[in-house]
Write a new protein. Structure first.
Length: 279
């Protein structure tokens, strides 16, 4: 009985931590919450629940309870901490998430090949990787447009975050930065301004519900092609955020340490996944 309760607490802690990282990743420029959901093996349960809410909730409530609490902590509670860390050293903070993604990529590779790796799967991987890399490179380095934040633009930000959860690789925060919406949005979340939250959440939830059905259908009917496409998206969205400039040797060392810490955290979470597989 005691060992069972200890196992349940460990599962709860693992899923809470995964949720917090997904939530934090959703607000960090260049990082996709959907990519982290795929990496932490909660993407398919999430899509199934969004497609069939009642059935999915009854089947996966034990996952989504700690995951949802962790996501709220990462998305809302860590908004100030993440943005502060990003302001102190954007390079080191991004490398932390690169380490997380790199540490779990082998598991993602195994999952993608679970139903084989045919020619169509490789084509899907290559096309998605090149397409996403090109789009993200354009958004990060070419697009320079600024808009005045208001209720409808904050609703648009919520829709972007929702799309980023359903479409792995869509780095919604990078698009917000390109439009000049990221800093006011983060400040609103950090200060817990009700009107910002009330504008953001409806757009997020509606977008997730609308997109989830199509993604679920693709996974059910073309698993290998779809998952290899996701694999290409993960690889491309990670490569495009790799920092190439460092202000000092100290920042380079800090980046290396953050990458190693992210890799070790990912390794630890994967070990927990193998020891305590999600039902």
């Amino acid at each position: 009985m005691r060992s069972l309760k200890r196992e349940e607490r460990t599962r709860f802690l693992r899923d809470f931590l995964c949720g917090a990282l997904i939530g934090a990743g959703a607000i960090l420029p260049g990082v996709s919450g959907g990519v982290l959901a795929v990496i932490f093996d909660v993407y398919r349960p999430l899509m199934e629940t969004l497609t069939h809410p009642k059935r999915g909730f009854l089947q996966y409530w034990h996952i989504f309870l700690p995951l949802g609490i962790g996501w709220a902590a990462g998305f809302l509670g860590l908004a100030r901490g993440i943005t502060t860390a990003y302001q102190l050293s954007a390079t080191a903070t991004v490398w932390l998430f690169i380490g997380l993604i790199g540490g779990t990529f082998p598991a993602l590779w195994r999952e993608a090949g679970k139903e084989g790796r045919g020619f169509a799967a490789w084509i899907s991987c290559a096309v998605c990787a090149m397409g996403v890399f090109s789009i993200l490179f354009y958004v990060r380095h070419v697009l320079h447009t600024t808009v005045e934040p208001n209720f409808w633009w904050y609703n648009f930000c919520g829709a972007l975050w929702g799309a980023g959860m359903v479409l792995p690789g869509l780095t919604s925060s990078s698009v917000m930065m390109a439009l000049g919406l990221y800093e006011p949005m983060m400040q609103g979340l950090a200060d817990m301004k009700f009107w910002v939250l009330s504008a953001c959440l409806p757009g997020m939830l509606l977008t997730m519900l609308l997109l989830a059905r199509g993604v679920t259908w693709l996974l059910q009917t073309h698993y290998a092609v779809t998952f290899h496409g996701i694999l290409g998206i993960v690889a491309a969205s990670t490569l495009v955020i790799v920092p190439i400039r460092y202000d000092s040797v100290g920042e380079a060392v800090a980046s290396l340490l953050c990458c190693a810490a992210g890799f070790l955290l990912a390794f630890f979470l994967e070990k927990l996944d193998r020891a305590l597989p999600r039902a």
